[in-house]
Design a protein around this ligand. Structure first.
Ligand SMILES: [Zn+2]
Ligand SMILES: [Zn+2]
Length: 510
């Protein structure tokens, strides 16, 4: 069922932002799975903006929630020292626990900032709302009063309306002794008196005023309260959350009966499963545009991210007209990664780099960076400029080495001559190719060139010589020359070329 979208708005109403809410508990950061919620929320928000509707994306951080041991383990990367130091904080609100890494105000803030950073890297900029802060500031006060004033009635109405369901605790009260909120139970609410106990301390307590209560509304009540507190128009819900005994139906009932009646449209989304080998890698190997498209497709369905599934998706995703991401990685990346125009110190104008592509299109540099990481993970191949060691330089006989130098110098010569007109890229390649064919060069020479240029899997030799940065090729030929310098009878190869190069240079200058 599509979400209920606003239609036929009056001008006045159009100015009030349409509020889209997503949520998280920053007890840890976790892998890519949790990002689906925000990607879907963000997509809805951007679609509305495109249609001219003022809208805002909230990220409600349940920072009043207690920490459990499983979350702590993920949070501190199973670090034994931190686990034993922080274990004692389990059960307490994550905003009241110190930052295990000592860089933020508290435990919750550490992971909240990490999440925001991750979302920003995906070009998603939600407004983060800190629940703990909201409770501390008293924003929930009216909802808390309403809840305690109607405590028994709410419980009765819920069990009448939802026969298979009862809420034991409408409020997660904070223990006065151990400050935990995960093991307390409210036994009785009568007038202004609240009797409760804590399993952790094995103690009961009595409060005589709602003002003394610390803690937060139970999940379903908290949900209903914040729809009204923040005027939420649309909320994203995972299938698992929805299934939880009609979570939404109960919250809707509570909102309508007690908290003000605001009920948002709900956008459900399917669960995400991810192969271990891809976990925490996807963010590195997919440019944000592809990552988001992958997570937003068929949002109602569960997403099973296997290696094959992701590769297949990338085979369908076009990064340039007629060119899929996989095609780019297989055909373009080996050239782009070593191409002079993509390296600092380039002779060519940097305008050939597609730095500011049209909206939605991935820029050249991102394609290069993400594509290379993808290639490393999927095909165990990475493309980059490599420097040969002395071992490689000396790995052939003298004649082959000096011929290789001659070939490189020829390529440099052609490119020097053509640099005045960079439309001639194809003819540079053709000239070099023709030269290689005409010179009856030995197979050893080609192998040697591949070795010293470090391009075992890369493009063919003519292409390599046509696109590798000139500074780089110049240094390589100089190293060969230096290595074989003074060897009798061979010097003139280099000299001859050097003279021709000098002639060409003066020709071009004039
Ligand atoms: Zn920190
Ligand atoms: Zn306690």
């Amino acid at each position: 069922m599509p979400p209920i979208m606003p239609s036929g708005q009056s001008t006045k109403k159009k100015k009030i932002p349409y509020v889209i809410a997503t949520g998280f508990t920053t007890a840890f950061l976790g892998d890519e799975r949790s990002l689906r919620e925000f990607i879907i929320g963000d997509k809805i928000q951007k679609d509305l903006e495109r249609k001219g509707r003022n809208s805002v994306l909230y990220l409600i951080n349940d920072s009043y929630d207690p920490l459990n041991y499983r979350q702590l383990r993920v949070g501190v990367n199973k670090n034994e020292r931190l686990l034993s130091r922080f274990e004692r904080y389990c059960g307490r609100p994550i905003s009241e626990i110190p930052d295990p890494f000592d860089c933020h105000e508290n435990y919750s803030q550490h992971f909240a900032q990490a999440l925001i950073k991750r979302l920003h890297s995906l070009d998603i900029y939600p407004v983060m709302i800190d629940s703990y802060h909201a409770y501390q500031k008293g924003y929930y006060a009216d909802f808390i009063s309403t809840t305690f004033e109607n405590y028994n009635r709410i419980q009765e109405l819920i069990s009448q309306r939802f026969p298979n369901f009862s809420i034991k605790n409408l409020f997660r009260i904070q223990c006065l002794e151990c400050l935990c909120i995960d093991a307390t139970h409210i036994f009785q609410v009568s007038g202004r008196d609240i009797r409760f106990g804590c399993e952790r301390c094995n103690r009961s307590n009595m409060l005589h005023s709602i003002d003394e209560v610390r803690g937060k509304l139970s999940w379903k009540l908290d949900c209903a309260a914040r729809w009204n507190l923040y005027g939420i128009d649309l909320e994203t819900f995972s299938k698992a959350h929805m299934a939880e005994l009609g979570s939404f139906a109960i919250s809707r009932f509570l909102s309508q009966e007690f908290y003000g009646g605001k009920v948002p449209a709900i956008v459900r989304y399917g669960d995400v499963m991810i192969d271990k080998e891809l976990s925490l890698k996807l963010l590195e190997i997919l440019p944000p545009q592809i990552f988001k498209a992958l997570f937003a497709t068929n949002r109602h369905r569960d997403l099973k991210l296997t290696k094959a599934f992701v590769e297949n998706f990338c085979q369908q995703y076009l990064v340039r007209p007629g060119l899929s991401y996989i095609d780019y990685i297989r055909q373009e990346l080996p050239k782009q990664a070593i191409h002079e125009k993509n390296h600092i110190g380039s002779y060519l104008d940097s305008h050939s780099l597609n730095k500011y592509p049209p909206e939605g299109m991935i820029d050249d540099q991102s394609l290069l960076t993400y594509g290379n990481r993808f290639s490393r993970i999927y095909y165990q191949r990475e493309y980059k400029i490599c420097w040969p060691g002395a071992e490689l330089i000396s790995s052939t006989d003298q004649q082959t080495a000096l011929q290789a130098r001659q070939v490189i110098l020829y390529a440099l010569l052609v490119r020097e001559n053509h640099k005045i007109d960079d439309q001639k890229q194809d003819s540079i390649h053709e000239l070099i190719r023709a030269y290689l064919h005409s010179e009856k060069l030995s197979p050893q020479l080609f192998q040697y060139l591949r070795r010293i240029l470090g391009q075992a899997d890369g493009p063919n030799i003519a292409t390599l010589l046509a696109i590798l940065p000139r500074d780089y090729l110049n240094i390589i030929q100089a190293i060969i020359g230096y290595y074989y310098a003074g060897q009798p009878g061979q010097e003139k190869w280099g000299e001859k070329i050097d003279q021709r190069l000098a002639q060409y240079s003066s020709l071009v200058k004039n």
